[in-house]
Unconditional design. Structure first.
Lengths: 370, 370
């Protein structure tokens, strides 16, 4: 397999211990050994989101995208209104998912590289009767970081009955996130980003209020993604007792348990600060020393797990870095697709100084005389 | 991790090579290295189902259950009629999944341990105007094997426009299955059964006709499970070129590629014959020498990847075997839940003679003087 340095915005480089936990024999999904692992993983997942005992973690075999189906098919009844704050490709796709399950979607679209002004959110909420607002914490297509805390405050003030959903795919483990304190109702992420596990798991957190909505729902809009079916299973596993609806990905859960353990070990806040430092270092080097421009408009709206950089010939840059053994990604925002590159700096690559991954990436970019 | 011999009807013991392929670094899901692996896996998947170039394989991150959502949300429009042949827990759950997506379901229920008579199927089809018939090849709750070929013949004769869906979760790799020759339209399985991979992948095969239904469908009933979104992605990867809708589970796909390779290596027919031999040996020993009764009524309707055996005190038997390092499963059919055990004999445990797994399980059962 590859010995490249993988610096796309997920999947990312996984640690040796996570890799070892993945390459293990299968366990019985209903046996006590796996039940203990699943219980541990669920409990660590709470800590990762800064969620307390009233919140409900849900871990499913699937891509991160499955978390969108979980939100749209369990928390919204067809015909109900959703306000989507759009900052790029991923917000737009999430909006399509809501529509697939019958939601009426209004979109507030941010300027390219920026956030939706909080005043616009306030105004829309005041007139909207929205069942849900959806925010993409970090839109991986533009590396724009949204101010989830401020938006949550406005929602609580103007439309407290509106459920708050946050797509945290590229933020859990590398951005400040306070599920309970900010009053989030549904947050979703994936295993292969800053958490540092392999891809293949959808990771969600529900507030007590969201659990109520899901459990009290009569008609189900999905089967495999049905929370009414999964919540009792998760609760049983968290009590240490196996239960069955569909077979969990046992090796991936085992690897996730190790990966979250590594995120929590230095303290979650320290881990997030480390991502901020590496991100600030890389962004300042790229802008100040190489004179390149970022897609994210300014420091305040810039994500810390990846950097999106305008370059003249993205395929050439990507290919040149590949020759140095560094894998980065191209752009995917529809308006500027062929104009920028994306460099991920999450997990091991950002936090294990001995690897020097981000330094090496910067050196390789510098050598291209862009 | 566990050194137990895992003989539940999936997840099963995986080979050392599959385990090694799982415990590998993450790859870029859009890079050429992973595209080549995914292409290889898709091509091998065709061979596994005995499906030709007009059939379409689909590999998704998810539990096997996700394949039910794929069928129900892509091939059936709300209000259309589905005939479900029910042989136990899994057929009944699949029927619930169809109903979740708005299908009108009629069920033909087999006697416990037996099949639905083909004459009943013929009669129902003649009067039914069914968009789809669904058959569970092996119902893992009862170890009953259905005669898919005969049912397919009747469908083609009486109601050729009816789509044929087969749940092959516990049959692909251990039972005779001819996707093209029998005229199946949609077959689904999971990675952790006789294919011998870890759990976490939903594996499907569509006929040209089913692809047409999925692609011509206007309103989508699911997002992550939408074939209209996934088919172009699979076709692109099979041409060796990456494409994106949601991030595939790269390590699981890599492990699946190795696992299917191992299934195909001795020749698929030889592999299936091996399962039949081991199954026949185990079943005859258990019935003739231990005098125990099987849940499956007779040899003709008995699956070859697992055996369901009536015993007086299932929890005691399971616990006694666990002490000998052998993990088997309890019953899950609603009518006889506490009356039987289930022993899986698939993949490595059935085909690698040097392991002696099934012999050891039989010896352990014998020592209990049941």
């Amino acid at each position: 397999m590859s010995s490249n340095i993988l610096l796309i915005p997920g999947p990312i480089v996984i640690s040796e211990n996570v890799q070892a936990a993945l390459g293990t024999p299968s366990l019985s999904h209903t046996g006590p050994e796996f039940a203990a692992i699943f219980c541990s993983t669920l409990q660590k997942t709470r800590k990762l989101f800064k969620a307390g005992e009233t919140a409900q973690p849900v871990l499913l075999a699937g891509s991160g995208t499955l978390g969108w189906d979980v939100a749209a098919s369990n928390l919204i009844i067809p015909g109900e209104r959703v306000l989507v704050l759009s900052t790029g490709y991923f917000s737009d796709s999430f909006a399509e998912c809501f529509q697939t399950y019958g939601a009426k979607v209004d979109k507030l679209t941010a300027p390219l590289g920026g956030q939706v002004p909080v005043s616009d959110v306030r105004e829309a909420l005041a007139n909207g009767h929205y069942k849900m607002i959806s925010i993409t914490h970090v839109d991986t297509s533009t590396a724009v970081l949204n101010d989830v805390r401020s938006i949550c405050r406005v929602v609580k003030e103007v439309s407290p009955e509106t459920l708050i959903t946050v797509d945290c795919v590229c933020s859990v483990g590398c951005e400040k996130l306070e599920f309970d304190a900010w009053g989030i109702d549904y947050a979703l992420t994936a295993s292969q980003k800053a958490i540092g596990c392999a891809p293949g798991l959808s990771i969600s957190m529900l507030s007590e209020r969201a659990v109520g909505v899901a459990l009290n729902r009569e008609a189900q809009s999905s089967f495999f993604a049905s929370l009414k079916r999964w919540i009792p299973i998760m609760q049983s596993y968290e009590k240490g007792s196996a239960a069955y609806f569909a077979t969990p990905a046992v090796q991936l859960i085992n690897a996730l348990d190790v990966a979250i353990g590594e995120v929590l070990k230095p303290g979650l806040d320290a881990r997030i600060a480390k991502h901020r430092d590496i991100s600030n270092w890389f962004k300042s080097k790229v802008t100040e020393e190489l004179g390149l421009k970022l897609v994210s408009a300014n420091e305040r709206v810039s994500a810390h797990g990846l950097t999106a950089i305008y370059v003249k010939n993205p395929p050439e840059v990507i290919s040149a870095l590949k020759k140095s053994g560094i894998v980065i990604a191209g752009g995917i925002h529809k308006d500027i697709k062929g104009e920028y590159i994306r460099v991920g700096h999450m997990g091991e690559s950002a936090c294990n100084d001995s690897l020097q991954h981000i330094q090496k990436c910067y050196d390789a970019l510098k050598s291209l005389n862009l």
